[in-house]
Write a protein of this length. Structure first.
Length: 162
């Protein structure tokens, strides 16, 4: 029986691998190199699972799970267990999304300087750096200043950059 399953899985694995490889090539052509490499790795996964025999193990496990579900009598205890498993999955997914949102909010707060968040920037207080004193230019140097530099400085001051 296992050999029959293995023989039936081979064409499915080949087709799936080729489809995933086509997606990887399409992404590569569209200059999404990182995603293309990920999809190339994903294309190798079914082939690796087939060659190691894990795919057959997964198929057998799915069959046994289906048979077990069919044999259950549907008592209250079983349904409470199923509800707890579903609740676990939902809480796991929701928790992951909340964690991602929390991390992105912290990154935004850090980028904005940590205003409003007491946890960001709560390390030891440090003195703000004072700008280095620039030597005063002599009158001759000021007279020789380039007109182009004056325009650039005026533009920077206009934009609030000094």
């Amino acid at each position: 029986m296992t050999e029959m399953i293995k023989g039936a899985l081979l064409p499915i694995v080949i087709v799936l691998g080729v489809l995933l490889l086509a997606v990887a090539v399409l992404l590569w052509v569209r200059h999404r190199r990182g995603r293309a490499v990920q999809w190339f790795g994903l294309a190798l996964l079914p082939i690796g699972l087939y060659l190691t025999g894990v795919l057959t193990l997964l198929v057998d496990g799915a069959r046994e799970l289906i048979r077990w579900i069919q044999q259950q009598s549907g008592t209250t205890v079983v349904w409470v267990g199923v509800a707890l498993i579903v609740l676990f999955v939902l809480l796991w997914i929701i928790g992951g999304r909340v964690a991602i949102r929390h991390l992105s909010n912290r990154a935004v707060a850090r980028a904005e300087g940590g205003a409003g968040n007491p946890l960001i920037g709560s390390g030891p207080a440090t003195r703000p750096e004072q700008p280095a004193k620039q030597p005063r230019a002599s009158k001759q140097a000021a007279a020789k200043s380039d007109d182009g530099m004056d325009e650039i400085e005026a533009l920077l001051k206009k934009r609030g950059i000094e």
